[in-house]
Design a binder for this molecule. Structure first.
Ligand SMILES: *Cc1c(COP(=O)(O)O)cnc(C)c1O
Length: 353
C-alpha cells in the first residue's frame, strides 16, 4: 500500500478470484466457466471488419443488444440494463440501493461482502440451513436490501419463484436483488415477476451458460425506474463499459439460443452423472441446479483433496469459510473431463468404497 491511498480503503479486503493459470495445462473445474466454446456464428460476428472499427467508441446505450435481450426475455427495452459482467451490476446495486443496510446468506458469492465493505454498508450474513438451503422466511419483511443468488453460489441450491415473490412482496420499500448467474442450468427465472414488483432486480450473465466469461457481459432486468438509476450510476462512472466486440458477441449469442440450450442440457446430464458417481464413493454432494456441485468426503479434508487434485493437473475450488472448509466445489465440465476427475479421485482416495 502506498501512502497515497485514502484511509477509508486501508482495511479493504479485495475479492480473490479463482486461479486463472495461463499455462493451460490444467483441467479447469474451478471458476464455473463453460467447457464449450462460443458458437460458430459468434466467431463470425466478431469479424476482422469489426475489429477494424476499434478506433471508434462503442454505443454507450448498447441499443441493439438491449433490444435483443428485451425480445428474448419478453420485457420492454427500458427494463434492461447492460454492464461489464454481472459483477459490474452488483457493484452499482451495492453502491446505489443499500444505504439502509443489506443482507445476504453466510455462504454465497464472496463478492457481496466485498462490495458491502467497499461502500461501508451496514450488512448481516444470514446463515443457510444445516443442509445449505436458503430459508426464504429469513428474508420476508427484512426491512433491508436483500441480495440472493438463485441458484445459490457454492451450493447450487435454488429456491422457488413463489418464495422469491413472497420476499419481494414483503419488502416493498427495499431492493430485492436476485443474482441468476446460474439460472440456465435448471432453476426457474423470476424475470417475469419484475413486471409486478418494482423493487425486484434480476441480474444474469453471459459468463456461464453462454460461454462468454472472457468477454465480460452481464445484464439486469427490472422496473424502468431501477434501470434508469443504474444508468445514472453507469454514466457517472464508465459510460463505455461494454466494448464493441462484446456487444456484437452478445447479440450473436442470443441468436444462437439453441446451441447454448443444448450445452446447458449436456451440463445438466453430466452433473447428474458426476453426482451419482461421487455419492457412490461416499461423498456428500449438494443437489445442485447450477453448473457445479459442492462435495465433501469424510475420508479427506477439502484443502488436502484440492491440493492432491491440483498436483494431478485438475483445478477445483476450495474455500476457507468455516462452514464449507471441508468441501470442494467442482465445476461441471465435459463428460471426459469429469471422468478424468473421478479417476484422479480414485487414485488419491484409494478407489470406491
Ligand atoms: C460468476 C458469478 C458472477 C459474476 O459473473 P460475471 O458476469 O462474470 O461478472 C456473479 N454472481 C455469481 C453468483 C456468480 O457465480
Amino acid at each position: 500500500m502506498s501512502r497515497f491511498l485514502n484511509a477509508g480503503y486501508a482495511g479493504l479486503a479485495a475479492y480473490v478470484p479463482g486461479e486463472q493459470p495461463q499455462d493451460m495445462q490444467y483441467i479447469k473445474l474451478n471458476t464455473n466457466e463453460s467447457p464449450y466454446p462460443p458458437s460458430e456464428h459468434l466467431l463470425d460476428a466478431v469479424s476482422r471488419a469489426e475489429v477494424a472499427k476499434l478506433n471508434l467508441y462503442p454505443d454507450p446505450d448498447c441499443r441493439l443488444l438491449s433490444r435483443a435481450i428485451a425480445a428474448r426475455y419478453d420485457v420492454a427495452p427500458e427494463c434492461v440494463f447492460l454492464a461489464n459482467g454481472s459483477d459490474d451490476i452488483l457493484n452499482f446495486c451495492f453502491m446505489g440501493f443499500c444505504e439502509s443496510g443489506v443482507i445476504f446468506p453466510d455462504i454465497s458469492y464472496g463478492f457481496y461482502e466485498v462490495y458491502a465493505n467497499l461502500y461501508g454498508l451496514n450488512y448481516s450474513k444470514i446463515p443457510l440451513d444445516r443442509d445449505f438451503s436458503v430459508d426464504f422466511r429469513d428474508y420476508c419483511g427484512a426491512g433491508r436490501s436483500i441480495v440472493l443468488a438463485n441458484p445459490n453460489a457454492q451450493t447450487g441450491k435454488a429456491i422457488s419463484v413463489g418464495q422469491i415473490e413472497q420476499i419481494a412482496a414483503s419488502n416493498p420499500d427495499r431492493l430485492v436483488l436476485i443474482d441468476e448467474a446460474y439460472v440456465d442450468f435448471g432453476a426457474q427465472s423470476c424475470v417475469p415477476l419484475t413486471k409486478r414488483y418494482e423493487n425486484l432486480l434480476v441480474c444474469q450473465t453471459f459468463s456461464k451458460s453462454r460461454s462468454m466469461a472472457g468477454a465480460r457481459l452481464g445484464f439486469a432486468i427490472a422496473s424502468p425506474g431501477l434501470i434508469a438509476d443504474l444508468n445514472r450510476l453507469k454514466f457517472s462512472t464508465n459510460p463505455y463499459n461494454i466494448n464493441r466486440l462484446t456487444q456484437l458477441a452478445g447479440i450473436a449469442a442470443l441468436e444462437d439460443g439453441e446451441y447454448y440450450d443444448a450445452n446447458c442440457r449436456k451440463i445438466i446430464e453430466t452433473r447428474a452423472y458426476v453426482r451419482r458417481e461421487l455419492l457412490a464413493r461416499g461423498f456428500y454432494v449438494t443437489d445442485s441446479s447450477a453448473n457445479f456441485v459442492l462435495a465433501r468426503s469424510d475420508r479427506m479434508d477439502g484443502q488436502a483433496l484440492y491440493e492432491a487434485l491440483k498436483r494431478r493437473g485438475i483445478l477445483v475450488r476450495h474455500f476457507s469459510d468455516a462452514r464449507i472448509r471441508d468441501c470442494i466445489r467442482i465445476t461441471i465440465g465435459t463428460k471426459q473431463q469429469m471422468d478424468a476427475l473421478l479417476r484422479k479421485i480414485d487414485e488419491i482416495m484409494g478407489g470406491s468404497i
